[in-house]
Write a protein that binds this ligand. Structure first.
Ligand code: GLV
Length: 315
């Protein structure tokens, strides 16, 4: 039976609290990531889409959707999965979920810092293998964080939340930006190359865009101290993974903690066998609280646009 209710396409499970915010709509669900053809077919005629970072939103999908589509609400702060320029001619609004995930990503960033600096992953594997033969004075020694320098690349909200937590661990914070000078929340801003050279822990907090692709390449890794660690909870393409494998293998840097990869879910095979890297499956925002807040914010964006109001968090 024909209905004048709007149709919202969702590409995976969302909490009921988020779906409730959509109001009186028809919800259509499809797995947008693994079955492209089904995604294109399910998109036909929808008024709104709620998508994840693993869903490719491009001109072909927008064409398949047709003229009713008013909003693509990404349930993520990053929107490198969306060809925003292709949405503009159609007047389609694109929204993301900034701020609500800052704390969760900052906490996971610190988790990776501890895990790599204190060799937690490596130690856990050793115990499970049955290779622990007793306490020893110089066994599994790592790097103490207190008194060391944390270099944050990027001056955005997540990096600032990571920096705020550094005080608890007595670390000095410096920020790295395209332009040196000034301060962020009382911490000095240096050129990225200078931060790479001075930091004991380098943490990446920039979006995944053509201009940040391989920001950390062999040259950048070469600038780092041999005792330093690289942390990436931003986007995989920011790091040249092949160059990182080489730097870790040759101990050009001490180690790395990675939550994101260049070709997710594929992990560079050279990383798998290395003990001086911690590998996580892109779980930066994966707390129940934050994922719920992200879905609810995305739903509020959809509800606003369908009601003819401005979106809450347009990109
Ligand atoms: C996750 O990676 C996000 O961008 O929210």
């Amino acid at each position: 039976m024909a209905t004048d209710r709007a149709t919202v396409l969702v590409t995976g499970q969302l909490p009921s609290s988020a779906l409730a915010l959509l109001g009186d709509v028809d919800v259509r669900t499809v797995d947008g990531t693994t079955n492209r053809q089904a995604f294109l077919e399910a998109a036909r005629g929808v008024d709104a889409m709620m998508t994840f970072v693993t869903d490719t939103v491009d001109a072909a999908l927008l064409d398949a959707a047709g003229p009713a589509l008013k909003i693509v609400a990404n349930v993520a702060v990053g929107f490198d999965n969306i060809d925003v320029s292709a949405t503009r001619p159609h007047g389609i609004v694109v929204t993301n979920t900034p701020d609500v995930l800052n704390g969760a990503v900052a906490e996971l960033t610190w988790g990776l810092i501890f895990a790599i600096a204190r060799r937690i992953g490596e130690s856990d594997r050793l115990v499970r293998r049955g290779d622990w033969h007793g306490w020893a004075f110089d066994f599994m020694t790592g790097m103490e964080l207190a008194g060391k320098t944390l270099g944050i690349i990027g001056k955005g909200r997540i990096g600032r939340d990571v920096a705020r937590r550094a005080a608890a661990f007595d670390m000095r914070v410096v920020f790295g930006g395209r332009e040196a000078g000034g301060e962020v929340d009382g911490h000095p801003v240096f050129a990225i190359d200078d931060v790479l050279a001075m930091a004991d822990v380098v943490s990446l907090h920039v979006p995944g865009r053509p201009d940040t692709r391989h920001l950390i390449d062999a040259r950048a890794l070469d600038l780092m101290k041999p005792t330093a660690y690289l942390i990436n909870t931003a986007r995989g393409i920011v790091v040249d993974e092949a160059a990182l494998v080489e730097a870790l293998r040759t101990r050009r840097i001490a180690g790395a903690g990675l939550d994101v990869f260049e070709r997710e879910p594929v992990v560079h095979p050279g990383l798998i066998g290395l003990d001086n890297v911690v590998l996580l499956p892109h779980i930066g925002s994966a707390t129940v609280e934050t994922r719920t807040a992200m879905a609810e914010l995305a739903a509020r964006n959809v509800a606003a646009v369908l009601a003819g109001r401005p979106p809450v968090t347009p990109v």
